[in-house]
Every structure is written in structure tokens, then in C-alpha cells.
Write a protein that binds this ligand. Structure first.
Ligand SMILES: Nc1nc2c(ncn2[C@@H]2O[C@H](COP(=O)(O)OP(=O)(O)OP(=O)(O)O)[C@@H](O)[C@H]2O)c(=O)[nH]1
Ligand SMILES: [Mg+2]
Length: 626
């Protein structure tokens, strides 16, 4: 294969590869349908389009499909002239497909060229994953007939397999009966064939003599109304089967003759192949973008859920950032321990009154590590930890509530083994570690800065811990905001801490240290909340899949379309030499030239009188394939 066909094959392989990685894990409106569609398209490409494109000269594969008991196996046996597939009275009978071909064509089917998912077998089998190959010279070279399981019995495997087999057909030989020709399921199949312009011939079986005029005509009208006007319709009257279960030759002769003519002539075979192949490619091109849209919808939904969760945790980080600098933490335990730390209430009041003498008083108060530093650090830790837990729980609750508000969010939450509506079970440990680390960093910070200062003596007097906790207190009250009865006392608290630090470092340095200490705290809080948020992200990531896939599907579809329009130009330029006929344009291949259905007046005689098809003048003589 050269030129445009090769480009088309490459583009279709790319489309196939892109469709293979499509995942639609969320149940959104329409996603079940697109999930099936993506899988169908891959199958259709693997089972039919790609192998057919690669071996355009392979025999024409006619798949005999239809309802259980319609007489498919009987028809196949009768066409071949011997029993190759067991017919039966038990429904459904055929479980594994049987493919009959001329011995010379065996090599086309023994490999995995078509239906690569089915193992080849040479004997009768009931294994639905295998394809029984029968070589019989009762079939002309260039034609293969496949007896498929039914499309509508209670056996789900049969229905699935039949759909797969029909999708792999060059030609559908669709069997229905006079009693069942208006059933819904067969029509669904016929409509899908019409939708993808597959070559279809309908065999209307077991028509009672008195209905020979009316019923085929009615079915013909139904077909015409549903886009199958160009498809041949073969009317087979009710007859007795012989001891082998075969129909009389006369009853099936028109079908046999028509198939023989298709098989014998390379051009008409190619026309059928191209009608189905081009129809299949056109349908794939039509359906591919819908799959990409479904992928986009999943992505957009996941993005929205991600934004909701992110926002909730960003709010937690913001709240903690505010509450660790507006004085909120300087209450209860922290306040009480601070008061103990700087001295009695009395001393504290004295400080408030005479703030100017603070430095001397403080420095003379503390000798070495002041008592109560440890308690204060603990109080700061537990105050911070309580704040963090509150906000982590609140963030989890908000994120969960926003996810619960829509179905996709609920689906993801259902997949989580954890309760995501509250902080993670190990949050307490993580928070305690983060706080410990922060306190350590603050102490390192004051130690590094303090040792370099001239006022080293004061620093030594307070100790690293003393200066460190004072810095924490300053951080917690940077923006003020304390109200009510605590104002005086807490306000004083901060001032004391501030003065202590200024006495050691000077006021420029205090501002810088407080800023650094606050940044250290904020970044730890942010990391802590991120690891909480990660629980939500993990669920999203598990559902996300390949981010490029929708674009890859679209790009591949566009490439296929480009190839098709390229080959349209090519075949327009060389219409006369094309085997596809004078109007051989992709997407508008010539329909089969169907024999027109003609009713032969029915006469009761010992011979079967059937609806006969008008044959070309050089049509085959009755009774044989040629
Ligand atoms: N008298 C008569 N019997 C028929 C005719 N066609 C089929 N039968 C019988 O109807 C029954 C079902 O036929 P099968 O050929 O097994 O039907 P099928 O469509 O292959 O059915 P599944 O394999 O179940 O999908 C068998 O007993 C056949 O002998 C016919 O034209 N005339
Ligand atoms: Mg059967």
C-alpha cells in the first residue's frame, strides 16, 4: 500500500492509540455512552478498518447476522451446500462463530488479520472467544461467509460477539423472518449499519406462501424509510428443510448467485469493501470528537472539584495566617503562662505604668533561663495546634460539602477509604511536628542573631528560650485586634515582649526577626494544609488520566479527515481508472448496485417458488455459484 492509503492508515493508528487510553471514570451525563463508543471505535479499527485497509484484496467477508432462530446457520449451510454449522431447535444454537472460505483463501483467515481477539479453531467449538475456520470449495474464492451467534437471545456473550462480528464484516447478510421482521433489536442493528453506510443485504426467511406478496414489500418499505433503500432484499419462502437441515437450492439460489457475482468480480468486490470501509471510517471520524468532548467534560468537572478543594484549604491557610498575628492566640493558656513568665500581675502593672524603665527591670529580673519558658512554649504549641486543627477540620468539612453538592464529587468521595470531611487521623502528629520545627527555627533564628549582638549579656540573661518565646508573642500580636477585657493586659503583654526584644536586638532587628518568624510559621502551616489537601488531590489524580488524550483524539481525527480529503482529490483526478467506480469519493462511495426485488407469482406446486431477483443479463445460471 502506498501514498494516501498509508497516510490514512497512520492517522487511523494514531486515532486508535489515542482512543485506547481514553478513560471516563466519572459518571457524567452521556459518559457511559462515550465510554462504550470509545471501546467500540477501537474494536472497529482493530477488527475491521485497519486490517481491511492493510489488505484491501482479502476476500469479501459476509457476516450472517440476525435474531436467534431466524435461520442463519440453516442459510449458511444451504449456501455452502453442506452442514458446516449446526442448526438447532434450542435457542440460541450457535455460540461460536463459524467462518467458511474457499481453500485457496485460507491464509487470509488463519492469521490474526481480522478479529485478532478470537483464537482460530478448525473443529466445532462452543468457545465464544474462538473462530472456527472451515475450508470448503462450495464457496467461491474471494468470498467468505461467517455464521454469527444471534443478536438478541438472553445470552449476553452472544449479543456482544455478534455485534463485534458484524462490525468486522464487509457485507452484512442480515437474516430475519416473516414473523419477526419488525422486531426492535434487529432494527437497531440495521439502523447502525445504515448509519455507518455498511453494505447490507437482508434475507427475509420463512415467508408463508400467502404472505409472499405483502410481507417482502412491507419490509422493503421499512428499509427504504430507514436509509436502507439501496440494500438488496432477498425473500425466501417457507419450505421444508431436508434431512441435513438444508433449504432447497432454488430457495437460496438468488442469494448464492448474487454473492457469487460479487466474489467473481474484483471491481464489485472492491466497491462493497469500500462502501463499508469508508462508511466505517466516516462514522469513526464523526464519533471520535464526541469522545474527546466527553474527556473534556470529565476534565472540566475534575478541575472544578479541584478548585473547590484548593479554595477551601487556601481559606484555612489565610485564616491561620491572620489568627497567628492578630492577637487571637494571646488568650487563655498562652496569656497566663506569659504573665507567669514575665512575673506577677503586680510586676506587670508596674511595667505598664513605667514602660520607659522596662529594659533595666527586665534584664535585672532574669538570670539565665527564666523560669516558665518551658510552660510558655507548651502553651504556645497547644494554642497553635488547636487553631490548626480547627482550621484543618473546617477546611475538610468545607471541601467535602462542596464535593457532596454534585454527583461527580460524591463519586470521588465514595472511592476514598478515609473520611475526608475531617482532618487526617495523623493530623495532630503532623501539626505538633510542624509547630516543634517552627519553634526550633525561631530559637535558631534568635540564637544566630543574638550571639552576634553587642548586647550579648542581656541575651545570655534571658536565654535563647526566653528571647525565642518573646519573639513568638510579638509575632502573634503583630496586627493587634484584641478586644474586650483582654485589651489592656494582652496589649501590655505584647509591649513587654516587644521591649524585651528591643533591649536585646534593637528595634530594627525586632521587626525583621518578627517578619522572618511569621514567614517561617506561614510556610509550615501552608505545607501542613497542603498535605491535608493532597488527600483530595489524590482522588482527583486517580480519576484524571492522560491530560493530552482529548487533544490527541481531535488531532488524529483531523489527520484522518485531511487524508480523506487528500485521497478525494486523488481519486477525482483518476476516476476512470479507479476500481471504486466513477463516483468513488470518500464518504460517498457508490452504493451496492442491488438487484431489484421482484415478486414471482406464487404457485402451489411441488417445486419451490421464491421471490426472485432480477439478474444482470450475464448473471449466473441457476443452481450453482457461477
Ligand atoms: N422448515 C424450515 N425450518 C427452518 C428454516 N430455517 C430454519 N429452520 C429451522 O429453524 C431452526 C433454527 O434455525 P437455525 O439455522 O439454527 O437458526 P439460527 O438463526 O442459526 O439460530 P441461532 O444459532 O440460535 O442464532 C432449526 O431447527 C432450523 O432447522 C426454513 O426455512 N424452513
Ligand atoms: Mg445459528
Amino acid at each position: 500500500m502506498a501514498g494516501p492509503e498509508q497516510g490514512l492508515e497512520t492517522a487511523l493508528v494514531a486515532l486508535r492509540d489515542a482512543l485506547t487510553v481514553v478513560r471516563l471514570p466519572l459518571e457524567l451525563p452521556g459518559s457511559a455512552e462515550q465510554r462504550i463508543s470509545a471501546a467500540d471505535l477501537v474494536k472497529q479499527l482493530d477488527d475491521y478498518v485497519l486490517p481491511r485497509l492493510a489488505t484491501i484484496d482479502a476476500p469479501l467477508l459476509a457476516v450472517v447476522g440476525g435474531s436467534t432462530g431466524a435461520g442463519k446457520s440453516t442459510l449458511v449451510n444451504s449456501l455452502v451446500g453442506r452442514r458446516v454449522s449446526a442448526p438447532g431447535v434450542i435457542r440460541p444454537t450457535t455460540r461460536a462463530p463459524v467462518l467458511v472460505h474457499h481453500a485457496a483463501d485460507a491464509h487470509w483467515f488463519t492469521g490474526s488479520r481480522v478479529l485478532p481477539g478470537l483464537a482460530r479453531s478448525t473443529g466445532a467449538t462452543t468457545d465464544t472467544r474462538s473462530l472456527q475456520l472451515v475450508a470448503d470449495d462450495g464457496i467461491p474464492p474471494g468470498l467468505a461467509i461467517l455464521d454469527a451467534p444471534d443478536i438478541d437471545s438472553v445470552v449476553a456473550d452472544n449479543r456482544k460477539l455478534a455485534a463485534q462480528l458484524l462490525a468486522a464484516a464487509d457485507l452484512w447478510l442480515f437474516v430475519t423472518s416473516a414473523a419477526r421482521y419488525a422486531d426492535a433489536v434487529p432494527w437497531d442493528f440495521l439502523l447502525s449499519a445504515a448509519d455507518r453506510s455498511a453494505a447490507v443485504a437482508v434475507v427475509l426467511d420463512r415467508i408463508p406462501p400467502r404472505a409472499m406478496t405483502e410481507v417482502p414489500a412491507h419490509l422493503g418499505r421499512l428499509m427504504g424509510d430507514r436509509g436502507l433503500g439501496g440494500s438488496p432484499l432477498f425473500a425466501v419462502p417457507e419450505t421444508d428443510v431436508d434431512t441435513e437441515g438444508l433449504l432447497p437450492v432454488a430457495a437460496i439460489q438468488p442469494i448464492r448467485a448474487w454473492l457469487a457475482r460479487l466474489a467473481a468480480d474484483q471491481a464489485s468486490r472492491a466497491a462493497v469493501v469500500h462502501q463499508t470501509l469508508d462508511g466505517a471510517i466516516a462514522a469513526i471520524v464523526r464519533r471520535g470528537p464526541d469522545v474527546a468532548v466527553a474527556v473534556d467534560e470529565q476534565r472540566a468537572t475534575l478541575d472544578r472539584l479541584r478548585a473547590d478543594a484548593d479554595q477551601s484549604y487556601a481559606e484555612a491557610v489565610r485564616t491561620v495566617a491572620v489568627q497567628t498575628e492578630d492577637g487571637t492566640l494571646l488568650r487563655g493558656e498562652v496569656l497566663a503562662r506569659w504573665q507567669e513568665f514575665v512575673g506577677t500581675g503586680e510586676f506587670f502593672r508596674a511595667l505598664e505604668q513605667r514602660i520607659g524603665r522596662l529594659r533595666d527591670r527586665i534584664t535585672s529580673m532574669f538570670r539565665g533561663e527564666p523560669p516558665g519558658t518551658g510552660d510558655l512554649k507548651v502553651a504556645v504549641s497547644s494554642g497553635l495546634e488547636a487553631l490548626l486543627r480547627n482550621e484543618a477540620d473546617a477546611a475538610a468539612e468545607r471541601a467535602e460539602a462542596s464535593w457532596l453538592a454534585n454527583s461527580a464529587g460524591r463519586q470521588l468521595l465514595d472511592r476514598s477509604a478515609q473520611d475526608l470531611g475531617r482532618a487526617a487521623p495523623d493530623f495532630g502528629d503532623q501539626a505538633a511536628r510542624a509547630i516543634r520545627d517552627w519553634q526550633g527555627a525561631v530559637l535558631d533564628l534568635v540564637a544566630d542573631t543574638g550571639m552576634a549582638k553587642r548586647s550579648r549579656a542581656r541575651f545570655m540573661a534571658l536565654g535563647v528560650n526566653g528571647v525565642g518565646v518573646a519573639l513568638m508573642i510579638v509575632v502573634f500580636a503583630q496586627t493587634g485586634g484584641i478586644t474586650g477585657a483582654e485589651v489592656g493586659i494582652a496589649g501590655g503583654t505584647t509591649v513587654v515582649a516587644q521591649r524585651v526584644l528591643e533591649a536585646v536586638f534593637g528595634d530594627q532587628a525586632v521587626r525583621r526577626l518578627a517578619t522572618i518568624a511569621k514567614e517561617e510559621l506561614d510556610s509550615r502551616v501552608s505545607a501542613l494544609m497542603s498535605s491535608e489537601l493532597l488527600r483530595y488531590h489524590r482522588l482527583l489524580d486517580e480519576a484524571a488520566g492522560d491530560p493530552e488524550v482529548a487533544d490527541r483524539v481531535r488531532a488524529a481525527v483531523a489527520a484522518v479527515q485531511r487524508e480523506l480529503s487528500g485521497s478525494a482529490t486523488a481519486s477525482t483526478e483518476s476516476t476512470t481508472s479507479s476500481t471504486r467506480g466513477p463516483t468513488a469519493l470518500p464518504g460517498s462511495r457508490p452504493a451496492l448496485e442491488p438487484p431489484t426485488l421482484r415478486q414471482v407469482p406464487y404457485e402451489v406446486s411441488d417445486d419451490v417458488v421464491d421471490a426472485e431477483l432480477v439478474e444482470e443479463p450475464d448473471g449466473p445460471p441457476p443452481g450453482g455459484w457461477r
